[in-house]
Structures are given as C-alpha cells and as structure tokens.
Design a protein around this ligand. Structure first.
Ligand code: B1M
Length: 220
C-alpha cells in the first residue's frame, strides 16, 4: 500500500515516472487529496528546500523534484476546489526589461508555488509598465524582480520608479534578486527585501506575509 511518505520520497528523488502510480494509488485508497498535497507532494518539496539551501542538492535536481511534484498535482488538483487550499498570498514575478535569464526566476516560481503561493509569472524582458499593469490587474501582495546582468539591474530601479509614478508602489512589497544584485543595491533602489537564493526568497515572502497578516489584525 502506498503511503504519503512514499510520495514525499518520490518528490525528493525527482522520480517523474513513479509519482503518477503512487498518487493514483493513494487516490484509489480514498486518502484525502489535501493530505496528498500538503504531506506528500509539498512535504517532499519541504525536504528539498533546506537541502538546496545547504548545497546538498543542485539546481537540476531541484527542478526535477518540482516537476515531479507538479506531475502529482495534475492528478490531485481536479479533486479539490480553490477553497480547499487557501493561497498563502499572491506574488507577481518577472525578469526585468532587457534581461532574458530565467532559470533562477523559474526556480523561485516553482518553490513559491510548492509552498502554497499563487504566482503570476510575467516571464522575461518585462517592461516597467508591464509590472504596473500586472499590479493593477492582479492586486498582488508581493512583486518580485530578477536581474542577472549588471546592465539590466538598473531596470529594477526604473521599474520601482515606474510603480511609484503610477501610484501603486505602496500597495505591494517588493523583493529583488539575481546574481549581480546585493542587499546594498536593494536598499539604494528602495526595495523592501533582497535574497541571494530562491530558498531564502521564499522565507522572505513568508515573513512579509506574516507581517501583513499582523498589520491587518491590528487594523493598520
Ligand atoms: Co548569460 N550571463 N548572458 N546567458 N548567463 C551570465 C549572467 C554571466 C555572469 C556569464 C559570464 O559572463 N560569466 C554574464 C553577465 C555578466 C554581467 O552582467 N556582469 C552573462 C552575459 C554577459 C550574457 C549575455 C550578454 C551574453 C551575450 O549574448 N553576449 C546574454 C544576455 C542576454 C539577455 O539577457 N539580454 C546572455 C545570455 C544567456 C543565455 C540565453 C545563453 C543563458 C540564459 C538562459 C535562460 O536563463 N533561460 C545564459 C546563462 C545560462 C548564463 C549563466 C551561465 C547561468 C545563469 C543561471 O541560470 N544560473 C550566467 C553565469 C553564471 O551565473 N554563472 C550568465 C543558475 C541560476 C539558478 O542562478 O539565475 O543566479 P541565478 O538565480 C539564483 C539567485 O541569483 C537567486 O535565486 C537563484 C537560485 O537560488 N535569484 C533570485 C534569481 N532571481 C531572483 C529573484 C529574487 C530572489 C532571488 O527575488 C525576486
């Protein structure tokens, strides 16, 4: 008989072929789909995250684990409604204007989704105005910007200026990252947070969402 632990182990191992049978077995056994998601699929990614952070797992392995989790999700998602799994928060993310690098961004998107966030991925080469448009349309809690080039990191600043000019800056928290980006740079351009890897970026988002919840409780 398949177990939830088998599912998380399968995600950890990035076993794309094995996950379908395991998840289907659990569904057939009548296991609650929410348990399959939280304890099996996301449970597996929760083991992956610290291993990636400590350097015991590498980018391709994390991608395989995320793909495996998503393959399992495909089977379970039709069995649940959105109300069953409340989103932790909404995050818009994109690689800034002129920059085509997306491997790190995609990794962050997968890790955020696996932690329960709703992520709107704007893709690469995202113009300043497109961030504003997306904020107005989707009303996110957090906006994330990635830049991999010293020539495009200033586009983070111009995007923040655009958000200010369009009057939407104060509606969101802004996090930034990518190889040339530093905490000092993030502070200089007025971002709310910086992270040098995807795992700590997820932790940063968790902290920001907790703060927002506390402020809401206080009626601020
Ligand atoms: Co490009 N490239 N590249 N490249 N490329 C770099 C970045 C470079 C350092 C290589 C080098 O010269 N040593 C260099 C930049 C130099 C500089 O700016 N000082 C460079 C260059 C010059 C270029 C071109 C200009 C080359 C040319 O055409 N002459 C060109 C630019 C194109 C453009 O964007 N307009 C270019 C093109 C490309 C490819 C298309 C071939 C390809 C990108 C494919 C793709 O992304 N789909 C590519 C690649 C693969 C790289 C390297 C080799 C690897 C980048 C990568 O994916 N790393 C890179 C060299 C390197 O970094 N060693 C290089 C793995 C990824 C997991 O890490 O993206 O850093 P990273 O993400 C990390 C963290 O930074 C963080 O989390 C991730 C992991 O945990 N993070 C965030 C990232 N975004 C975050 C956002 C956050 C928080 C954390 O919050 C929102």
């Amino acid at each position: 008989m398949a177990t939830l632990q088998d599912v998380s182990q399968c995600v950890l191992e990035g076993d794309l072929d094995g996950i379908k049978d395991l998840v289907q077995d659990l569904i057939n056994e009548g296991v609650d789909p929410i348990l399959i998601i939280n304890e099996g699929l996301i449970g597996g990614m929760n083991i992956v995250a610290p291993l990636f952070k400590s350097g015991e797992m590498f980018v391709p392995e994390v991608m395989e684990s995320a793909d495996t989790m998503n393959e399992g999700m495909k089977l379970v998602k039709p069995l649940i409604t959105d109300e069953d799994v409340p989103s932790k928060g909404k995050i818009i993310i994109g690689t800034v204007n002129g920059d085509l690098h997306d491997i790190g961004k995609n990794l962050l998107v997968m890790m955020l989704e696996s932690r329960g966030y709703t992520v709107i991925d704007l893709g690469v080469d995202v113009k300043e105005e497109a961030f504003t448009k997306a904020v107005i349309e989707h009303q996110p809690n957090i906006v994330g910007m990635s830049s991999l080039l010293t020539t495009t990191m200033m586009k983070i600043e111009s995007t923040i200026k655009q958000l200010i000019a369009d009057g939407v800056r104060d509606q969101v928290k802004i996090i930034v990252g990518g190889a040339p980006v530093t905490q000092e740079f993030a502070d200089d351009v007025g971002a709310d947070g910086y992270s040098d890897d995807a795992s700590t970026a997820v932790e940063l988002c968790d902290r920001m969402m907790e703060e927002q919840c506390k402020l809401q409780e206080l009626g601020v």
